[in-house]
Design a binder for this molecule. Structure first.
Ligand code: ADP
Ligand code: MG
Length: 326
């Protein structure tokens, strides 16, 4: 049993996050993340895309995995240990091993501090090396992202373009040689011209077995381009999971199908369509029973309105939909 679990880097199991919103007395509850499970292995580097429209719970899931938000229920184990119960040494290892990359690179840096100074102190706090080896470690991470560390020295964050600073943020994350990067919409604020080059860095990191990546996006085409696996989320729940090509070329869930409608195979270029955005009212109205997608699903039967669909496993794919239950 132990031998099997020992190569699991991160084990997210039935994680749910419920936020209380509104006033203290008449407040309502919002299930931002609903019973999500996923795993990253130590010895198998992958890129997993988490896709879903705005408000589907992607960032909340990322924050829980990073230990920033505590799940209401479920568990997140890092090398077999609950990430919220780590001792000091284990917490340091976890922070080294699981690094975040956020949407807005300017928020990753202190605007009043020179970028290189920040990098030195980050590196010093995690790595037990002297100043000269430190320089080498930082240069190494910069070469992975295609930047020259010399040219970064002495500059403040605002002296970089968004795309450049996001590369610096990735280089910073790589200093500790993490096994997993949690990248939450890392290219959505970056110029289109630089977007692909940043995504190519992710592909390379995985190819060279440096790091697995959880790539959060609302853009199906970039998910298709870089990821091995994909999880489609709808209002906090997983609706479909599997090999990215299989899911996007032959979607099973009616929601995934809607997302992909009118995209010429085999190269989905479409971004999320505006009309599928949910209004707040709809969300509240439809919190209770059944499949969350049933009120918008062309295939819905009476059962779909009454009972939550189970997770159905078909070979390596998973789909939460009554259509596939026999
Ligand atoms: P996404 O990243 O997919 O856009 P989020 O995880 O940011 O989605 O949000 C999921 C839902 O949870 C949204 O309805 C959002 O308003 C709500 N939410 C997120 N953070 C909080 C919070 N701290 N308090 C209350 N509600 C929140
Ligand atoms: Mg988000």
């Amino acid at each position: 049993m132990r031998a099997v679990s020992s190569n699991i880097l991160l084990d997210v199991s039935n994680v749910t996050k419920i936020f209380k919103i509104g006033g203290i007395y008449f407040g309502e509850k919002l299930t931002a993340v609903d019973n999500i499970s996923l795993k990253f292995m130590d010895d198998k580097k992958i890129i997993l895309s988490i896709v879903g429209e705005s408000g589907s719970g992607k960032s909340t899931l990322a924050k829980m995995i990073l230990g920033i938000e505590k799940p209401t229920s479920g568990s997140i184990l890092y090398r077999g240990k609950d990430i919220f119960k780590l001792n000091k040494k284990e917490r340091k290892d976890f922070r080294k091993d699981v690094q975040p990359i956020f949407q807005n690179p300017y928020e990753s840096f202190n605007p009043l501090r020179k970028v290189d100074e920040y990098l030195y102190s980050t590196a010093l706090s995690y790595l037990e090396v002297d100043r000269s080896s430190l320089e080498k470690v930082i240069e190494e991470s910069f070469s992975i992202v295609g930047l020259d560390f010399e040219r970064v020295k002495g500059k403040y964050p605002h002296e970089f373009s968004g795309g450049e600073l996001q590369r610096v943020a990735i280089a910073r994350a790589l200093i500790t040689k993490p096994h997993l990067l949690i990248a939450d919409e890392p290219v959505s604020m970056v110029d289109a011209t630089l977007r692909m080059s940043i995504l190519n860095i992710f592909s390379e990191l995985k190819e060279k077995l440096y790091s697995s990546i959880m790539y959060i996006t609302h853009d199906l085409s970039t998910a298709y381009y870089i990821s091995d696996y994909i999880m489609v989320m709808y209002r906090g729940s997983m609706v479909e999971y599997g090999n990215t090509r299989e899911v996007l070329e032959e979607p099973l869930h009616p929601y995934t199908k809607i997302l992909l409608e009118s995209i010429p195979k085999p190269n989905p270029k479409l971004r999320w369509r505006e009309e599928i955005k949910l209004s707040g009212l709809e969300v509240k109205e439809f919190e209770a029973l059944g499949c969350k997608f049933s009120n918008r699903c062309a295939n819905a039967t009476e059962k779909c309105f009454k009972e939550r669909p189970p997770e159905i496993v078909l070979n390596e794919r998973k789909v939460c939909c009554w259509l596939y239950s026999h």
